[in-house]
Structures are given as structure tokens and as C-alpha cells.
Design a protein around this ligand. Structure first.
Ligand code: GDP
Length: 366
């Protein structure tokens, strides 16, 4: 008989015999100090198991329930993938509730980036998306940067109300919730979480000392970003883990850059100028002449030009044409992959990405 233990995610009694019954954990997991049941594990890693199953309508209905509450909404976005990690129409689904915006993964930004400037950029970008946050905090959930400030902001803005934490899959929401629990001192009562009662929501609720709770909503899966289309081991290759080292290319017109086999950038027309590439340091960038690009692609796709190793697993590439006016710095954004900063001179550029990826221009973040 195993000693009685409880899941730290939902409080259910753990068992190792019946894999499909509540509280199941593989026997090896019991050796760890902190154990959660298989169900909670799956919920926390929702994006990994539900990638193909998630019905966007069901997800949005779930969000709609927030509108009926009087609560604080805490939205986690990935600062490296701002538009790709945004929840479309969030303000329409959460009613008039206050929204605190947490921009995660600030640790991958160059140390020279100014906190205040980034914060202002986040405000302005949120406004473009129709949201006026009560506050913006930049943080690194993984490194624990600014977590105290976040915890204080949550306390201040929730003003005795419940808290709903929302975010797109991969924004770092699970990492953040775990950090927050540590920050709360991981006191027994705080860590014990329970399934959201009376619904089929895969949301986890964490009781707070004043009888209120933090509800961790599942992450929405966005199909319109590159990261959604690569295999897990390739996702590692394109996700920045460390401070970004931007790569500067002084390009002549009629030159091309390949970003692995996931995107192609043609500088079609304009004066020689710098294009600064912000991508995971491990992503291979290949420079060539535009006239050679098609041939190079045909010959080296899936090999030199990878990831992906299997290019046929992706939708066909589609071309998007952009005109940079040369008056202000702009980023050419490939959601879920990175961005190219340009705009010192007028330029016409073509960006090729798998069909369905929503590429766009934005005011420069750095
Ligand atoms: P969720 O899907 O929103 O719950 O996201 P996860 O917490 O599972 O994190 C998604 C990925 O982002 C994982 O590879 C994490 O290691 C990474 N990640 C999370 N927070 C941070 C952060 O603050 N900085 C960096 N560099 N990576 C992070």
C-alpha cells in the first residue's frame, strides 16, 4: 500500500494503479517531492496535448464566463511574440473587468533595452488591439525577474476580487503560475488547487487567503504563427532561451535571406541598408542572391534550409509584399519566429511564409 499522498494541483488522492481514474500518477513520479496527478499535468501543459483538439469557439465561450464575474484579468503575453501570443478580441470576452498585462520573457531582450521604453511600447501595442490595461509589468517568469512587482500589482489591482489568468499557449503562463505560487511562499493552503467547480472547464483554481482565488485558464492555441507548425524538438531550435544576439545584414537590393526553412525575405528594391534580424540565436540564417533563391530552396529544403526537416508538413509558402517608407524604424514580424528591424531607407521587400501565418509591420520594439 502506498502512503497516502495528494495531488498538489487539484487535491485529489494520488494512485498508481488505474491510469484512467482520478489521481493517477506513474509510480516513478512519486519519488519527487512535489507531485501532481496526470490530469493536472495535462492541464498545465494543455498546449502539448490539445494542440489539434482545441475548438476555438469552446475556448472563447470559456473566456466569456469571465465577463459575468467581477474580477481582475491578468493577461500573460510573450514579449518576443507579442501579436502571436495575443488573445484575439480579449476585451470583448472579459467584459469591463480590469486587465493587468504581463509581458513575459523580457530576459531574452538585449540588456541594453530600456525597461520604460519597452513598457510604453507594450501599452501602445495593447491599445492598438483595443485594450487599455490598468498596468503593464515586464517580467521573466523563467528567471523570476520582476515577480515581486507582479505579485504586488496583482494584490493592488484585484482589490479583494478573484483573478483570472489568461494567455495564449506558450506565452509562459504555467511557468508564471508556478513562480507566483513560490512567491506566495508556497504555503500549504495556497498551493493546494482545486478544479473549477460545476463546469467542464479545464481551468485550475488556486485559493487565496481571503477566500478569493486565482483561476488559471487554459491557453488558447493560435494556428497563425510559425511555432505552431514545427515539431517539438524544432520548437526548441526556434524559441529563444537566452539573450537575443541580433544579426545585422547590410543588404543590397536583389538579395535574399532564408530563416531556416521557415521563412524567406527578399529585399526587392531600395538602397543598400541594414536589416537587423531578431530570431533565436540557434536559427540558421542563409544569405543569397534573389535570382538564386528558388534554386537554392529546391535543392536544400529540409537540409541546409531547416527547420523543418520535413518541409512538406507545412502549408505552401505565400508571398507578402511590404513597402517601408524610410521615415521611421519598423519591424517586419513573423509571429512565432521573430522579426526583422528595418526602415532606415525606403524599401520594397517580399516575405514568404507558410500560408496562414499573419505577418505584419509594426513600430520598432527596439
Ligand atoms: P504556457 O503554454 O503559456 O503555459 O507556457 P509554458 O510555461 O509552458 O512556457 C512555454 C515556453 O516558454 C517554455 O519553453 C518555457 O521554458 C518558456 N518560458 C516561459 N517563461 C519564460 C521566460 O520568462 N523567459 C524565457 N526565455 N522563456 C520562458
Amino acid at each position: 500500500m502506498m502512503e497516502e499522498r495528494w495531488c498538489e494541483g487539484c487535491g485529489v488522492e494520488l494512485q498508481t494503479e488505474r491510469p484512467h481514474a482520478p489521481g493517477y500518477v506513474p509510480p516513478s513520479a512519486l519519488e519527487r517531492e512535489h507531485v501532481i496527478c496526470k490530469r493536472c499535468f495535462r492541464i498545465r501543459h494543455y498546449n502539448e496535448i490539445a494542440q489539434v483538439d482545441q475548438d476555438p469557439d469552446v475556448y472563447l465561450q470559456l473566456l466569456d464566463q469571465i465577463a459575468e464575474t467581477d474580477s481582475l484579468v491578468v493577461q500573460v503575453v510573450d514579449l518576443f511574440d507579442f501579436s502571436g501570443s495575443w488573445i484575439p478580441g480579449i476585451h470583448r470576452h472579459t467584459g469591463g473587468n480590469d486587465l493587468l498585462l504581463l509581458a513575459n520573457k523580457v530576459d531574452v531582450f538585449p540588456k541594453s533595452a530600456k525597461y520604460q521604453k519597452l513598457k510604453e511600447w507594450v501599452y501602445a501595442s495593447a491599445k492598438e488591439m483595443g485594450v487599455q490595461p490598468v498596468d503593464v509589468v515586464l517580467m521573466s517568469a523563467a528567471k523570476g525577474q520582476h515577480i515581486k512587482e507582479v505579485a504586488a500589482a496583482i494584490e493592488r489591482y484585484r482589490a479583494g476580487r478573484d483573478v483570472y489568468v489568461v494567455g495564449a499557449a506558450n506565452a509562459g503562463k504555467s511557468t508564471f503560475i508556478n513562480r507566483l505560487l513560490q512567491e506566495y511562499g508556497a504555503g500549504e493552503e495556497v498551493v493546494t488547487t482545486s478544479p473549477y467547480p460545476g463546469t467542464t472547464l479545464d481551468a485550475i483554481s488556486i485559493p487565496l487567503n481571503d477566500g478569493r482565488r486565482i483561476v488559471d485558464m487554459p491557453g488558447i492555441v493560435r494556428q497563425d504563427r510559425v511555432s505552431e507548425w514545427v515539431a517539438p524538438e524544432e520548437l526548441e531550435e526556434i524559441t529563444p532561451k537566452k539573450e537575443l544576439r541580433p544579426k545585422v545584414y547590410q543588404l543590397e537590393d536583389q538579395q535574399t535571406l532564408f530563416f531556416g526553412g521557415l521563412a524567406r525575405f527578399d529585399f526587392v528594391e531600395g538602397e543598400r541598408q541594414p536589416f537587423v534580424c531578431y530570431f533565436a540565436n540557434s536559427l540558421y540564417i542563409h544569405r543569397t542572391k534573389l535570382e538564386r533563391a528558388d534554386e537554392l530552396w529546391a535543392k536544400h529544403r529540409g537540409e541546409l534550409l531547416s527547420p523543418p526537416k520535413n518541409p512538406d508538413s507545412l502549408p505552401k509558402w505565400k508571398r507578402h509584399r511590404f513597402y517601408l517608407n524610410g521615415r521611421e524604424k519598423e519591424d517586419i514580424v513573423i509571429p512565432g519566429l521573430g522579426w526583422i528591424a528595418a526602415g532606415l531607407n525606403p524599401a520594397q521587400v517580399d516575405l514568404w511564409v507558410p500560408e496562414g501565418i499573419t505577418v505584419h509591420l509594426r513600430p520598432a520594439i527596439l
